[in-house]
Unconditional design. Structure first.
Length: 339
């Protein structure tokens, strides 16, 4: 298959976070065939029951190309026109997986070795796959992580701080609110305070942002709500400690907090000969914790259409990415050989 055909085949396999097993099995088969042709090895790296990362090594990996297999909901199948591959995961990150595989295949055909492919689960929720991989490094010195950067090397990415916020109340008939205690009203007060938190700015990464992603609670319109829950995501650009303190103070006396995820903001270096950018989203790179080597971030597509009903990736960028991944891998292997 060419890179377009492989991208579509991957998009058509539903892999919403937690349900990656089918795309995992497909990639295990594809990489197994590649390993058989080029004297490589493939393994499943268990993360949770029925969830595994997939690792393919050709020689002892000095450079590892990695991205995630999971997508956000809802799933919708691929389609294709003259310019784009469309579908859930087209740019985030099924097209990237295809580009990485085709790049490695081309390098193997030309005799390049000591490279790896690592595809992980769970990036869209809690980076479970990357955290698991960090506990089982394979000696890689460089990690090329794939996310939609429009084929430009990212100089940095924002971090993420995610909370579950819960409020408790007391049920009563809504005609007699004085007999109850509304958890929803407590939650609304707490979230309004969170929204008023002053947000830090960084000269490279820009401003921190807050998103109240989900909000639900209560039982019926005529019942005073005894429970409410919200999920909040904060994009970090600085030390998370002051933001954590500000959130605790904002909800104090109104709701309870459970920290779900904290990934710090990340700075990365440029590389001569590559266009650069800065991205506002969070990646798996902090979860790897350096265990798979110095990180670089590069991939086709734009994040602006990821997670939307219009998700797509330009065919020209998919083709370009195959060449860019080869160029970057070769440069990194050359650097390593000089050290």
């Amino acid at each position: 298959m060419n890179v377009f055909e492989l991208s579509r085949a991957l998009v058509d396999i539903e892999s919403i976070t937690g349900n990656e097993r089918h795309v995992c099995a497909y990639l295990h088969e594809i990489l197994g065939a590649l390993a058989a042709r080029y004297d490589g090895r493939v393994e499943l790296m268990p993360v949770e029951p029925e969830r595994s990362n997939v690792l393919a090594c050709f020689g002892e990996p000095v450079v590892t190309l990695s991205t995630h297999m999971d997508t956000v909901p809802p799933h919708f199948d691929s389609r294709e026109d003259d310019e784009f591959i469309w579908g859930r995961g087209a740019c985030d990150t099924k097209g990237i997986i295809a580009s990485m595989i085709k790049a490695v295949e081309a390098m193997l055909e030309s005799g390049v070795r000591n490279i790896g492919l690592l595809f992980v689960v769970g990036e869209e929720r809690n980076s479970a796959g990357a955290f698991a991989a960090a506990r089982s490094p394979r000696g890689s010195r460089y990690l090329i992580n794939g996310e939609p950067t429009e084929n430009r090397l990212a100089l940095g990415s924002k971090g993420a701080l995610r909370y579950e916020v819960t409020a408790a109340g007391k049920m009563a008939h809504s005609a007699y609110p004085e007999l109850g205690e509304s958890a929803i009203e407590k939650m609304l007060d707490a979230l309004e305070r969170v929204r008023r938190i002053p947000l830090p700015k960084d000269p490279v990464l820009g401003a921190s942002t807050i998103n109240i992603g989900t909000l639900h609670g209560g039982r019926a319109p005529n019942v005073i709500a005894d429970h409410a829950m919200a999920e909040v995501m904060i994009r970090l650009v600085a030390d998370p400690a002051p933001m954590k303190q500000a959130v605790r103070e904002a909800v104090a006396g109104k709701a309870d907090l459970r920290e779900v995820l904290c990934i710090p903001a990340l700075r990365m270096g440029a590389f001569e000969g590559f266009d650069t950018t800065v991205v506002a989203y969070t990646t798996d790179i902090p979860a790897f914790g350096g265990a798979w080597g110095e990180p670089f971030l590069l991939g086709p597509g734009t994040i602006h259409v990821a997670h939307t009903s219009e998700e797509r990736v330009p065919k020209t960028q998919l083709t370009e990415a195959v060449g860019l991944y080869q160029k970057l891998v070769r440069r990194l292997l050359e650097n390593e050989s000089k050290n």
